[in-house]
Design a protein. Structure first.
Ligand SMILES: [Ca+2]
Length: 370
């Protein structure tokens, strides 16, 4: 329970008591900012303890632990289909580079700019015929084996249970981040009995949160039991509630932001969830807004596009001055110098290039509502 939802709440209560004791008065405003697991904590706070914070920044959130970890396992099984100790992964580092190059050659300029950034992966459908297939006898550096295509498909298509999507896969443009957590064999993971970071992450969740069984083996698991098996773990781990009535009533404000090239918490889940909470309250944009960051990685890791901005300042202006964020400027820096600035708009709006201006200048983009 502490890890699931109580710890942040208790920390907030204690911190406010310390502040009040030291300064002699309660803080005027309290803010929370968190990414990944911290993004999940951000949602949990707004859902369960809507009095704790006036404003919350939720970045790249891990919303649904069950779906996320099942995807980790599904991807892991695709990459290591046999499960023996000496097994090499199907998709190699070199092939992820080839994959990135082919994807960028085919989709980068769809948004009008050749910059390795896919502006809106949600509008694209991947055509698998762009990937050259090796003949059985002739594996080579510039083609994929059928097995490698299978891994790639698993990553893009997410995890299905009983033939329907259980958790969405990764977008076009996120490939450069795939290798490190999902494919790279790593000795710090092998002590958990899996070869990769995410393999370990997924199986540890099932071992200790779902089954309470250290011998649980991901290769033996029948996915069709997932709903029944995870009901209890989901009840305290998942931040999937769509009920923000109390947070809204208290005047709470939340900015959610999500990298479009996130290789860990897929943006498709964040968008799905945002659409769900929007469905629950048509006035959602009055107090919760989502910003999608083209080329943004996971919490600043493997960013391709511009993601630098002061979210807290936008949030503070919203909470304290009632200035809702209509447009956020994000920057990309090289050697401590800003080389690119672009605007992002609250979803479902997006920034679209005007086709002629300097692509590093925010004035070359206009807001288009989907
Ligand atoms: Ca582009």
């Amino acid at each position: 329970m502490n890890f699931g939802f109580l710890a942040v709440h208790r920390t907030a209560v204690m911190s406010k008591a310390i502040v009040a004791h030291y300064y002699g008065s309660q803080p005027l405003y309290s803010y929370f900012i968190g990414c990944s697991r911290g993004g999940g904590q951000a949602l949990m706070e707004a859902q369960r303890y809507p009095d704790d914070f006036n404003g919350i920044v939720c970045s790249g959130p891990l919303i649904d632990w069950v779906g996320y970890t099942l995807e980790c396992i599904d991807n892991y099984k695709a990459q290591f289909p046999v499960g023996t100790e000496d097994e090499d992964g199907v998709l190699t580092y070199e092939k992820t580079k080839l994959l990135q190059n082919i994807v960028m050659d085919n989709y980068d300029e769809f948004d009008g700019i050749k910059d390795n950034i896919i502006n809106d992966p949600g509008e694209l459908t991947l055509d698998y015929t762009i990937f050259p297939i090796c003949t059985k006898e002739m594996p080579s550096d510039d083609c994929f084996t059928e097995d490698q295509i299978k891994v790639i498909k698993t990553f893009y298509e997410g995890v299905s249970v009983n033939n329907s999507e259980f958790y969405p896969g990764f977008p076009i443009g996120s490939e450069s981040g795939w290798y490190f957590p999902h494919l790279m064999t790593d000795t710090s993971s092998s002590k958990f009995g899996q070869k990769t970071f995410f393999g370990a992450f997924g199986s540890q969740f099932f071992r200790y949160f779902v089954f309470n069984n250290p011998d649980w083996n991901l290769y033996d698991y029948d996915f069709s039991n997932i709903f029944r098996d995870t009901e209890y773990a989901a009840s305290f781990m998942n931040a999937t509630s769509t009920d923000y009535r109390a947070f809204k009533k208290n005047g709470g404000k939340m900015i959610i932001n999500q990298g479009w090239a996130d290789f860990s918490t897929t943006p498709f889940k964040t968008i799905q969830y945002y659409n769900d909470i929007k469905q629950a309250d048509s006035e959602l944009e009055d107090y919760i807004r989502l910003f999608l960051l083209p080329g943004g990685g996971h919490c600043g890791i493997f960013d391709i596009g511009p993601t630098g901005t002061d979210w807290l300042e936008y949030l503070r202006d919203w909470v304290e001055n009632d200035n809702a964020p209509e447009k956020v400027l994000v920057t990309k820096s090289e050697n401590n110098k800003v080389v690119m600035t672009r605007p992002v708009f609250p979803y479902p709006s997006k920034a679209v290039y005007d086709g002629k201006g300097d692509p590093n200048d925010p004035n070359s983009f206009k807001e288009v509502r989907k």
